[in-house]
Design a protein around this ligand. Structure first.
Ligand code: SF4
Ligand code: SF4
Length: 352
């Protein structure tokens, strides 16, 4: 494993060189809000930000995305034919993504890269990105990543991992894409010292020790799905929910979308837009029947999907990386950590 040091004094110069090779994205403040933005006009990533309000999922899965174009003009040979929209662009690099957000892409990938049902838009966009991670040396209070299959120095899904030190970044090269980015930046990197690996392990242990909250997930897989589905606590859990959808929009591991045609005159586009399982219309059928017409059904669906269906379908991993965004931003304080505990420790009442 290769380690380097990048002097902070040359960081910006390297970013400028990277702009010749990549479209750069990074965390940025916008008023009281923070999110990942395209770093145009010489702007650099704000690496002092902790978890941004919005995750970087939109870089791969835009909130609105045109998939096809069509024309209704019957004088054209291609009328009523869907034409895929070409998506070629420069390679992209996300500078300063947190390890939980990088791992989240891998959890989402299982959905978009399912055997026999692959999503070319998502996959092409994902493959074109180089992920430059920034270790969380001061995790947020609501983070529970270490018990959600992740951690403040977790490397899955990253190409490079940066760790802030006083005068420089300690850099761990994880993939060939990471190597290529370092070369393109032309930073005058110094090899990490012989103790770089041990130094990083010590900082990792120190960061993990700062995580203050945890979830137990050990019994989720063994719980009977119908027992959890019929558990009496869902009315309580969902009581205060206002179905605003915030939890799903900010979540790096939520991927629901809707596809709609937008026609203007004789031109049209087929778009996909983020949607949310917390919205009543999400499951509305053309017949008018809605299998999740009640709030309690929608709230149950969100947690059952993340903490039971996904766990059973894959390898016991919950569909959550413990970033804490939904905990911090739910306006009525519904807390996935508490719901997970209820589900994990649930013991069904015996009939009779
Ligand atoms: S953020 Fe809270 S109130 Fe809004 S939909 Fe999610 S659980 Fe309900
Ligand atoms: S469910 Fe909440 S804590 Fe888990 S990844 Fe999504 S936003 Fe983060």
């Amino acid at each position: 494993m290769k380690f380097y040091k990048i002097d902070k004094a040359v960081w910006s110069a390297g970013l400028e060189k990277l702009r010749d090779h990549y479209q750069l994205f990074g965390p940025a403040r916008e008023g009281n809000f923070s999110q990942f933005i395209a770093l145009d006009d010489g702007r650099g990533p704000e690496l002092d930000l902790s978890n941004t309000h919005l995750s970087p999922k939109s870089i791969v899965h835009p909130q609105s995305e045109v998939m096809f174009e069509y024309t209704l003009d019957s004088t054209r040979d291609d009328h009523h034919v869907l034409r895929p929209v070409e998506k070629d662009g420069p390679p992209q690099a996300v500078m300063g993504i947190r390890p939980c957000d990088a791992k989240a892409f891998l959890l989402v990938r299982r959905n978009f890269d399912a055997p026999g049902c692959q999503d070319p838009y998502w996959l092409k966009a994902y493959e074109g990105v180089t992920f430059v991670g920034l270790a969380c040396q001061t995790p947020c209070k609501a983070c529970f990543c270490t018990t959600a299959g992740c951690g403040p120095f977790h490397e899955e899904g990253l190409d490079l991992l940066l760790v802030q030190e006083r005068e420089h970044y300690l850099v761990k090269v994880i993939t060939g894409k990471g190597d290529a980015l370092l070369e393109a930046a032309g930073w005058d990197v110094a090899p990490g010292s012989d103790s770089a690996h041990d130094d990083m392990e010590k900082m990792k242990a120190a960061a993990e020790a700062k995580i203050q909250t945890f979830v137990n997930t050990d019994r989720l897989k063994d719980q009977v799905t119908t027992d959890l589905y019929d558990a009496p606590f869902w009315e309580d859990v969902s009581f205060s929910c206002i179905n605003c959808g915030t939890c799903t929009y900010v979540c790096p591991t939520c991927w629901c979308f809707d596809i709609q045609d937008e026609t203007r005159g004789k031109s049209g586009t087929r778009m996909r837009n983020w949607d949310s399982c917390m919205y009543p219309l999400f499951t509305m059928h053309g017949t008018g029947h809605n299998p999740r017409g009640k709030k309690v059904q929608r709230v149950r669906q969100r947690f059952m999907h993340k903490l039971k269906y996904y766990v059973d379908k894959y390898d016991g991993q919950i569909q959550c990386v413990g970033c804490g965004r939904c905990v911090n931003l739910c306006p009525v304080n519904i807390d996935i950590r508490k719901v997970c505990e209820k589900m994990n420790h649930y013991i069904p009442q015996q009939a009779g």
